[in-house]
Write a protein that binds this ligand. Structure first.
Ligand code: GLU
Length: 459
């Protein structure tokens, strides 16, 4: 058999087995396939990864806990949700990854996120394993009291499975400073211990400066390094950003700081287009709208005459936010928000760079179209790793009882993003995929974890 054929046979049997062992988990299959395809050349070159069945082991979570969460709503009616923690891999450090509260949360979504987290965390160069958790609880439209009671009851069970040297959750979609606060308080009460068991804590009680900014800032640092690599920069570039939460807000902030122009923002209700550009005052408005008033992005268009609001159309086969002409695009909302149709639109608008702020926002078909058309593409596990990296820095500060200045944390974040950038390029080059950030990220992350798994024996 020729090399290509060998590859095809391996691919078929591995993916078939995965699908048989995790039926219906389409997001998880998608995340695994992306890594699998990238690391095939590594597996082919290194017999030890084959003989140790590293791929087969790495896709099987070390542990999954799923539990009932009951809480009382404001009308005195008992409510039931499902909570999870997927402890995916601890070969290079304690499990680390966010908690997502969103009605779409299920085992497939958390396994895909946990799987991505393994490689992302490995890329940060910090000793962090991979995990993810959350619940199908929807914080949208809930009162503060309801969110608090949910968080407390969620932590009542989760506390049995985590610990500052075991598993350190943080935020993700639907889990921000408020939710981390309620969960941390409950953990502290149950364990009678002030430890760094969660990251993303408030700066007055163990949190790190720059943690809220870190994912968005890191994304833009990474993109700036990609552009510098071809002798360019973000200065003067028109950018499309989706989302309006934590990642999008600080991505916009950093783009503005580096001289770029941002013309969009979105939430699940739709998106706004502001051709005049979202300036720093308008960004402050978005922050207050989203973080304090918890309002909808349509209100931005009521506030600023230069903007138009386009309501989301769930039946559409594409997302019109990506149909606007821009130099750079930053999907910062959620998984699979940018499909083949959208990628074609971006290519037609002459986009030069797409960097993922969200986890897996581009579908595999979209990624192929971008790469085939010479668009620079950064996968989330590399470009959005600044958030978890700064969580790692929060852990270091907690372990050592210290508190660094924002300049210090920001400086370390920039160094980490630069290292991830360079390591991706280096790994890609080693396996003949020059300038392919996706292959590079998957290969570099995989090798680190695979080597640690082999060194520690069959577990
Ligand atoms: N949820 C974030 C991510 O996707 C951050 C995780 C963390 O800080 O542990 O990487």
């Amino acid at each position: 058999m020729e090399n290509g054929q060998v590859q095809r046979v391996m691919e078929d049997s591995f993916m078939n087995r995965l699908k048989k062992n995790s039926p219906g988990e389409s997001e998880f299959h998608q995340a695994v396939y992306e890594v699998y395809e990238s690391v095939l050349p590594v597996i082919e070159r290194h017999e030890e990864y084959r003989s140790n069945q590293v791929l087969e082991r790495i896709v099987e979570p070390e542990r999954i806990v799923s539990f009932r969460v009951t809480w009382m709503d404001d009308n005195g009616v008992p409510q039931v949700n499902r909570g999870y923690r997927v402890q995916m891999n601890s070969a290079i450090g304690p499990y680390k990854g966010g908690l997502r509260f969103h009605p779409s949360v299920n085992q497939s979504i958390l396994k895909f996120l946990g799987f991505e987290q393994i490689f992302k965390n490995a890329l940060t160069s910090l000793p962090l394993g991979g995990g993810k958790g959350g619940s199908n609880f929807d914080p949208k439209g809930k009162s503060d009291g309801e969110v608090m009671r949910f968080c407390q009851n969620f932590m009542l069970e989760l506390s049995k499975h985590i610990g500052h040297r075991i598993d350190i959750p943080a935020g993700d979609i639907g889990v921000g400073g408020r939710e981390i606060g309620y969960m941390y308080g409950m953990y502290r009460k149950i364990e009678n211990q002030f430890s760094g068991v969660l990251t993303g804590k408030g700066v007055k009680w163990g949190g790190s400066l720059i943690r809220p900014e870190a994912t968005g800032y890191g994304l833009i640092y990474f993109s700036q390094y990609m552009l510098q690599n071809i002798g360019d920069s973000l200065e003067g570039k028109t950018c499309i950003v989706s989302g309006s939460g934590n990642v999008a807000q600080y991505a916009i902030e950093k783009i503005l700081e580096l001289g770029g122009k941002v013309i969009t923002a979105s939430d699940s209700s739709g998106y706004i287009l502001d051709e005049a550009g979202i300036d720093s005052d308008k960004l402050e408005y978005i922050k207050a709208l989203k973080n304090e008033r918890r309002g909808r992005i349509s209100e931005y268009a009521d506030q600023y005459a230069s903007a138009t609001f386009f309501p989301a159309d769930r039946s559409a086969d594409h997302n019109p936010i990506w149909a606007h002409k821009a130099d750079c695009a930053f999907p910062c909302a959620t998984q699979n928000e940018l499909n083949a149709h959208d990628a074609n639109n971006l290519v037609q608008g002459n986009v030069m760079l797409v960097a993922e702020g969200a986890n897996m926002p581009c579908t595999p078909e979209a990624i192929n179209i971008l790469r085939d058309n010479g668009v620079m593409y950064a996968p989330g596990k590399a470009s959005n790793a600044g958030g978890v990296a700064t969580s790692g820095l929060e852990m270091v500060q907690n372990y050592s009882g210290s508190h660094w200045t924002s300049e210090e944390v920001d400086r370390r974040l920039q160094v980490i993003m630069k290292n991830i950038h360079d390591n991706c390029l280096h790994a890609a080059q080693t396996y003949n995929s020059n300038n392919d950030y996706m292959s590079g990220a998957n290969i570099a992350g995989f090798i680190k974890v695979a080597d640690a798994m082999i060194a520690q024996g069959l577990l």
